[in-house]
Every structure is written in structure tokens, then in C-alpha cells.
Design a protein around this ligand. Structure first.
Ligand code: DPP
Ligand code: ZN
Length: 895
């Protein structure tokens, strides 16, 4: 496999204007007839037509109704003798494929007796020969033929224009998509499905039919998905003036899916995980994820489908923008400012816990990569979440109204086109010519071209005599693979200043006539810049990067007292939370460093890690009636192990794990009465609704219960584990039930085993709940190396199916991400990982490549882990028949 470079982009030598597909669906042998009208691209020198294919059986090729010569070049079908000139050519290609044997879940496959497709990024070539690239946009007509008894529902993109019976118990349906589209947005579904339907009227007065298709029996679990879809339609009209452009919009759920969901035009295909919900089977997190993913795929209808990507290097054009849109949607749905802040904190946690490590590791790549071997490996947190941050910065630099204007211009210019990330930022800037974005556009674009997480250093100097405060901001960015030098970024720094007592100080730069509020944005464009504030009455506490205004690491020497001030008083809830995280991180790092040279590090954890004033601050937060429960829950959550690990040059995962666990235990015991009170006042949230206020209360109650059980295991108390066990039995919703079960498992209570068994018996027929059951056990706290044997035993459980991506992820991925259990001195965790990567790669390379990435940061491990990790990586690399997917990841990891 060879790398593909962005710099090598060339426009296609041929266009495909129309494609008319006829499918005779049969799991063993599906026949596909493709009739295309193609023509030479007049702007490109004449070339043969080279069509992509993958694992297809070619039966016949015809040109303008007659035979033709053709040749194969690797997987490509090459037609060298097509008529000269620019007249359209009618091409007919007849192929067959075998959906039943398609375990990669790319192209056309069968799941539970139903046909599904997944074409992004390059799955369409597994269905028929085609110019399988996003800049070739065609009009599609699709006829599906299949057994009526087995496949009563036949769906494809667009509008149903004809259907009827055929002989031999077969029937057909003909669909026409009124919009041209790239092949990655093609979809078909055929099977025995039922639909929840909803008619809606748009603001513009048009009627639309919304449908959510699931297997019979699942219909009552589709209400939330349908509500989310209706909210999405309304939101995109209200916020961006973007209306649904189809008479009919369909969502179909499948339990075998590599990704979360797919935005095929008018026919979104979803992982069941992001569709099905009932209070008995889904948690609050599931409900929130469904809302966000339904929104995300729906919003793609404009950002991705109407305007698509020129090539796959531009993937973030649609993904970063659409993640930004779904984040804003979730915030707008959440309503209250405090709920918006909670969502923002959640999003930033993902960014810092997953994307920052990616950006510092072997798979680091710019938001717009320069090369790839396997595009599937680039559906990453960098493209999605960092991409969304880059869009958010543009939003913040031009303001909310300005951004709406920019979006409008973007669609005016590019509707129906396949474009680049540069086209997007150009439109936002051009619509806001006076903005800091327009002023610095070329430099701003470094966010797209340079990988790595910049470090923003802030140093403050107070001059009491002059009453000035000089804030010096400087930036740097460490080298990443293939990029040794980085140029300065444009970094928007939203900030404020507080007095030691927590009062907001009016912000007046020395060059200004008057103060301009108490929160403002500084824009750092140089390697170093100073900002001098006037009329500052005392040495202030700076509140920097409010709402996380740029995806950077802030390096600022706060005292503990500064951070406690910010935690208690900052007007920006994000920075209040951030102060708690900085303190937690500080104590964790201090203790990790202190215990680094001690043999008996573990013995020290009897001593207290967290100082009294921090514990007192946590107590105050927990007991503050004015704070949202969800916010309290986030403040009381210590930085994750992987976030702590990122701060260290060398990471002993066991030490990080043990220190963090000791900190949690200390919070559990020293705040005991506060946890009890939090449990008592939040354990009953009444009739279940997934709204943010009650979900926040359940989250806090769940954490309290977990803390109380953890403490109980230390003290020998049996009351709290008993309460948790009871809760597992009689909880009225899955959030409460799962939290109670997790509390028992996480504290390694003797009641855990029995509770797990009961839970399994209750939900053995619900695949998504079983996924949770497996995941919880893979993520259990390790006690003397007991988790791996338990995971190995679970692999033999009758309900475990490695070929189902959700199930494989639930057990195997959750174990391999469970640092305390995975990093074993005997290397057995790594051997298990290597075996599973090789096994899964044999049938599903995409899932295998994701699992491979668990080892991204192995070079930071100390011995004996490091050598053992290398051995495991090399064992995988030595396999000669690896997929391109795994090969690319493993090669980078070992480089
Ligand atoms: N289905 C994936 C997403 O929506 C890829 N487009 O992000
Ligand atoms: Zn997407």
C-alpha cells in the first residue's frame, strides 16, 4: 500500500452525470447492473476511464449498447477505447457481489437478515465499479428487487417513485434522488422493518415525512430519536436558515455498524446504539448521545451533502463543521447557561483526554492531513473534535451573527459543489471583512495545516505604583511527525481579571479610553505579545481561555490560592471547573513524582494526597445549593488517567492509576457526610425524563453512591453496598440501575458478582444493554490481576460475538483502555491485545485498526512495560497479511 498525497490532487478526467442502478438482492449473490452516462472532463487532458472496484465479480461491460475492450489494473477497471470527444457515453456494467460474506461491513452487507450499505469513505466500489471519489457527483436512480416475504421494505435515497410485485414472490421499488451526490452518500436498505412516522411542516410551509425504521419489537424505543430529529430540523431552520430539502427523511437502525451513524442523503443509517432508547434500557448519556448523533447526521444534509468535500484530505470541512453544529445544537437544547457550560466541559474533556494524546503521538496529523495510506484511519478526534474547535474559533472571531452571515455566503458560493477547508474559512472571512479572522486569515489557516497542540504561556506582572497589569502571552508547539518547525497560530484568548476576593475587574487596555466590560478576547498572533491593563486596583488573578476559547495547553503559574479563588468566584463556569482540575492534576503529579523513586510507593497512599483546603473547596461545591448537580459532578471528577499521563514524559500507568485511585478514596472518605447528603437529595428524580436537570441529579447521585460504596469497602461497612444492590434490583430507570451496578463493580464489592448475574438475567435479550454489561466488566478495577482472566472467560460467554463491532468494543476495547488492568508486568494484557488485533483484522480491518491505536503511547512506558509493548507490536507487524488499515497504524507506532 502506498501513501496518497494531498498535493497530488487532480480533477477527475471523467464526470459521471447520471447513474441508474438495478439490484437483484440475494445474500449469497447480489447482481448489480449499473448504467452510467459519463463524459470527459473538458478541463483535463484526455485519459482512459479508470473505475475503482473492490472484491467485485465483473460479468459484462458495454459501451453505447455494444461490446468493448477493457483491462484490469489491480482493482481498477480501465476503459481505454471510449469514443473521443466530449459527447456523453452510455456505459453499462454488470457485476455480482456476496453481501453475506461481507464481514468488513463496508459496501453491501447483511445484518440480521437485512441488507445495509456503508459507503463512506470508499465502500461504494465494493458495490459496483465507479469513480469512487467525493468530487464526482451524479444523479441516482435505484431499483431494488428482492423476495417480498423476506425483504418487505426496500429503501434507497430520495423519493419512492414506483413499487410493485414481480413474479416468484419478488417485488421491487424504484427510488429517485432529486439531488446529485458523491458515491459515499449512496445507501440502500432491504429487510423486515417497521417505522415510526411523523409528518412535519417546515417554517417555509413545506410538508415532510420523517421515518425511523427499526426491527419489529423495537418501535417503542424510537420516540426519543424521532423527537431529536424533529428538534434538529427545527433548529437548523431557526439558527442557520437551512431547511430540509427532501419530501422524506429516513433513519434506519442496524446492530452491525462500524461507526456511530452515516449521513447518506435522505437515508441515514445508524448504529442501534444511537437510535434505540427507553428509560428501562438506556442511560441519560445514551439519551444525550442519541440527540447529538441524530442532530449530527441531520446537519450533514447541508454541511457535507449539499456542499461536500473535494477530496478526503478535506474531511474536516464537513466533520469539524458538523461537530461544531451538533455541539451548538445540544447546547441550545440544554437551554440554561449552566447546562451549556456542562456540555462545553464534556466536549473539552473528550478533546483533552483523547485528541491531545493523538496530537502528541505517532498518528498526529493536521486537521487537514497531507497524506494517508488508509482513509478509514483518519476518521479521528483530530478531524472531528479539533476540527470543531477550529470552526469554533472562527465563530468566536467573527461573532455569532457574523458566523451566520459567513455560513450564508458559504452556501451561496458552494451549494452543489465539492470544496476545500480553505473555501470554508474564505467564506467566513469574506462575510466579515472587518473581523480579526479576515485580518489574519492566512495565519489562521495554520490551524488546518500544522499538527500538534500549542502551548500558551501566560506570565502576569503587577505594578502597584502604576496600577497596571502586564499580561505576556507566548506560544510554542512541539514538533510532530513530519513537521519539525511550527509557525505561530492565531490564538483567541477570552479572559478576565479577578481580585483576590473574587471580584471581577473592569478591563481597560492602556491604549483605550475606557474599560470594556469584565470579559474580553485578546488575539495572540505573534510568538510573544504583551497586553497592558490600566487601573488595576490590586495584583489580579487572571482567568484565561474562558470557555476554552482555543484548543491549547495553558501554562500559567497559578498559586493554589489563585485557583481556589477562580473555583469559588469566576464568572466563567468553565474556568471554575478548570481550576478544580488544575488543582487535582497538580496534586496527582506531585505525588506521582514523589513516589517515583520509592520501591514501596503503594504503601504511601495511606498518607493524604489532597490538602485540606482543596478538600474543603470540594465540600463547598458539593454542598452549594446554587450549583447544578451536573456541574458539581464534573468538578468532583478528577482529571482522567490519560490526561494525567499526557503531562508526564514517562508514564508508569500503574502508578498513575494507583495515585488517582487514592485521591478518589480520599475524597470518598473525607466528604462522607456530604456524599450522603448528595445521595439523599438526588436519589429520587421522580418520573423519568432525560432532561438536563434531572439527568444531572442522577449523575451526582450515582457518583455519591459510588463514593459511598468505595468508602464502605475500606471500612467494612455493608450498608451502602446493600443499598446499591437494592438499587440494582428495583431502580426505575437504566441510569440509576447502571450507576448502582457500577458502584458495586468499581468498589469490588462482594455483592458485585450476584448483581451482575441478576442484571444479565434481566436483560439477556437486549443487545445494547448486554454491551453495557460486558463493558462494565472489562473496565472493572483490577484486584491482583483479576480482570484479564475475567475478560478471557467472558470471551467464551455465549452472548459474546467478536464479529459484532458493538460487542467487540464493549468487552475488548473497554479492557484495553482500562489502564490499571491492561498494563501488567507479565505482559499478558499486551499479548491479549495483539491476539485480538490479529484476529479482528482477519474479518474487519477498520475495527482492528481502532484497537491497534490503544498502544499509540507505548513509547512513554517505563520498563518492563515498554519492552513488552514493543514485543507485542512487533508480533502484529510481523504478520504478512495485515490489512492496510492496521499496517499503517502499526508502522507509525513502531517508527
Ligand atoms: N458517519 C460519520 C459521521 O457522520 C462519517 N461521516 O461522522
Ligand atoms: Zn459526521
Amino acid at each position: 500500500a502506498t501513501a496518497i498525497y494531498r498535493a497530488d490532487y487532480e480533477a477527475p478526467a471523467w464526470w459521471i452525470d447520471t447513474v441508474d442502478l438495478t439490484f437483484d438482492l440475494d445474500p449469497a449473490k447480489t447482481r448489480v447492473l449499473s448504467k452510467m452516462r459519463v463524459r470527459r472532463n473538458p478541463d483535463v487532458t484526455a485519459q482512459p476511464l479508470r473505475l475503482d472496484g473492490d472484491e467485485l465479480n465483473l460479468a459484462r461491460v458495454m459501451v453505447n449498447g455494444g461490446g468493448t475492450s477493457f483491462k484490469m489494473d489491480g482493482d481498477q477497471l480501465v476503459l481505454e477505447n471510449l469514443p473521443e470527444g466530449h459527447e456523453p457515453v452510455e456505459l453499462e456494467i454488470f457485476t455480482t457481489c456476496c453481501p453475506a460474506k461481507n464481514t468488513k461491513l463496508m459496501g453491501l452487507y447483511v445484518s440480521e437478515d437485512t441488507f445495509f450499505t456503508q459507503c463512506e469513505a470508499e465502500g461504494f466500489r465494493r458495490i459496483t465499479y465507479f469513480l469512487d471519489r467525493p468530487d464526482v457527483m451524479a444523479m441516482y436512480t435505484v431499483t431494488l428487487r428482492a423476495s417480498k416475504a423476506q425483504y418487505p421494505v426496500l429503501l434507497s435515497n430520495g423519493n419512492l417513485v414506483e413499487s410493485g410485485d414481480l413474479e416468484d414472490g419478488r417485488h421491487f421499488a424504484k427510488w429517485v434522488d432529486p439531488h446529485k451526490k458523491p458515491s459515499y452518500l449512496f445507501a440502500l436498505v432491504a429487510g423486515n422493518l417497521v417505522a415510526r412516522e411523523q409528518k412535519i411542516k417546515s417554517r417555509a410551509g413545506n410538508e415532510h415525512l420523517l421515518q425511523v425504521f427499526v426491527r419489529p419489537g423495537d418501535l417503542e424505543k424510537t420516540e426519543h430519536a424521532m423527537n431529536s430529529l424533529m428538534h434538529s430540523v427545527a433548529w437548523d431552520e431557526a439558527r442557520f436558515g437551512l431547511s430540509l430539502d427532501l419530501d422524506r427523511f429516513m433513519i434506519v437502525a442496524t446492530s452491525d455498524f462500524n461507526m456511530g451513524a452515516m449521513e447518506n442523503k435522505g437515508l441515514n443509517i445508524f448504529n442501534t446504539k444511537y437510535v434505540l432508547a427507553s428509560q428501562a434500557t438506556a442511560t441519560d448519556t445514551d439519551y444525550a448521545n442519541i440527540e447529538s448523533v441524530v442532530g449530527h447526521e441531520y446537519f450533514h444534509n447541508w454541511t457535507g451533502n449539499r456542499v461536500t468535500c473535494r477530496d478526503w484530505f478535506q474531511l474536516s470541512l464537513k466533520e469539524g463543521l458538523t461537530v461544531f453544529r451538533d455541539q451548538e445544537f445540544s447546547m441550545d437544547m440544554a437551554g440554561a447557561a449552566s447546562a451549556r457550560a456542562v456540555k462545553r466541559i464534556d466536549d473539552v474533556r473528550v478533546l483533552r483526554t483523547v485528541q491531545f494524546p493523538e496530537d502528541a503521538g505517532p498518528m498526529a496529523h493536521p486537521v487537514r492531513p497531507d497524506s494517508y495510506i488508509e482513509i478509514n484511519n483518519f476518521y479521528t478526534v483530530t478531524i472531528y473534535e479539533k476540527g470543531a474547535e477550529v470552526v469554533r474559533m472562527q465563530h468566536n472571531l467573527v461573532g455569532r451573527e457574523g458566523f451566520a452571515k459567513g455560513m450564508k455566503l458559504y452556501f451561496e458560493r458552494h451549494d452543489g459543489q465539492a470544496v476545500t477547508c480553505d473555501d470554508f474559512s474564505q467564506a467566513i472571512a469574506d462575510a466579515n471583512p472587518e473581523s480579526a479572522l479576515a485580518e489574519n486569515l492566512q495565519q489562521f489557516r495554520r490551524w488546518y495545516s500544522q499538527a500538534g497542540t500549542p502551548v500558551l504561556k501566560a506570565v502576569g506582572q503587577y505594578d502597584a505604583a502604576a496600577q497596571t497589569y502586564t499580561l505576556t502571552l507566548s506560544q510554542s508547539c512541539a514538533p510532530t511527525v513530519g513537521q519539525s518547525e511550527k509557525l505561530p497560530f492565531v490564538i483567541p484568548v477570552q479572559m478576565g481579571l479577578l481580585t483576590a476576593a473574587g471580584q471581577a475587574i473592569a478591563l481597560q487596555l492602556q491604549s483605550e479610553e475606557a474599560a470594556q466590560g469584565t470579559s474580553r478576547m485578546l488575539v495572540l498572533t505573534e510568538a510573544e505579545q504583551s497586553f497592558v491593563f490600566a487601573n488595576v486596583p490590586e495584583a489580579p488573578v487572571p482567568s484565561l481561555l474562558r470557555s476554552f476559547s482555543a484548543p491549547v495547553v495553558l501554562d500559567c503559574e497559578f498559586s493554589d490560592a489563585d485557583l481556589l479563588t477562580l473555583l469559588a468566584h469566576d464568572s466563567d463556569p468553565f474556568n471554575q471547573w478548570e481550576a478544580s482540575q488544575r488543582l487535582g492534576l497538580r496534586y496527582a503529579l506531585k505525588f506521582i513524582a514523589a513516589s517515583a523513586d520509592t520501591e514501596s510507593a503503594n504503601d504511601q497512599f495511606g498518607t493524604e494526597i489532597l490538602p485540606a483546603d482543596f478538600v474543603q473547596a470540594m465540600r463547598r461545591v458539593l454542598q452549594d445549593d446554587k450549583l447544578d448537580a451536573a456541574f458539581k459532578d464534573l468538578v468532583l471528577t478528577l482529571p482522567s488517567e490519560s490526561y494525567i499521563a499526557e503531562q508526564l514524559a514517562e508514564v508508569d500507568p500503574q502508578r498513575v492509576h494507583t495515585v488517582r485511585e487514592a485521591m478518589i478514596l480520599q475524597l470518598a472518605s473525607s466528604l462522607l457526610p456530604a456524599w450522603e447528603a448528595a445521595w439523599e437529595s438526588n436519589r429520587d428524580t421522580g418520573a423519568y425524563t432525560p432532561d438536563h436537570v434531572s439527568a444531572g441529579r442522577r449523575a451526582l447521585a450515582g457518583r455519591a453512591l459510588s463514593m459511598l460504596c468505595l468508602n464502605a469497602v475500606q471500612t467494612g461497612d455493608t450498608i451502602w453496598p446493600g443499598k446499591a444492590y437494592q438499587r440494582c434490583k428495583d431502580a426505575g430507570n437504566m441510569t440509576d440501575r447502571m450507576a448502582a451496578l457500577a458502584a458495586l463493580v468499581y468498589s469490588a464489592s462482594p455483592l458485585a458478582e450476584q448483581a451482575l448475574q441478576r442484571f444479565h438475567a434481566l436483560f439477556k435479550n437486549d443487545a445494547l444493554v448486554l454491551d453495557k454489561w460486558f463493558a462494565l466488566q472489562g473496565a472493572a478495577s483490577d484486584r491482583g490481576g483479576n480482570v484479564l482472566p475475567a475478560v478471557q472467560a467472558l470471551m467464551k460467554h455465549p452472548d459474546f460475538q467478536i464479529k459484532n463491532p458493538n460487542r467487540a468494543r464493549s468487552l475488548i476495547f473497554s479492557y484495553c483502555n482500562n489502564a490499571g488492568a491492561f498494563h501488567r508486568a507479565d505482559a499478558a494484557g499486551y499479548a491479549f491485545w495483539a491476539d485480538r488485533v490479529i484476529e479482528i483484522d482477519g474479518f474487519n480491518p477498520q475495527v482492528a485498526a481502532r484497537l491497534t491505536r490503544v498502544m499509540d503511547r507505548w513509547k512513554k512506558l517505563p520498563e518492563p512495560y515498554r519492552a513488552a509493548a514493543r514485543t507485542a507490536l512487533e508480533r502484529v507487524a510481523a504478520k504478512t497479511d495485515l490489512s492496510n488499515d492496521v499496517r499503517e497504524v502499526i508502522t507509525r507506532a513502531l517508527a
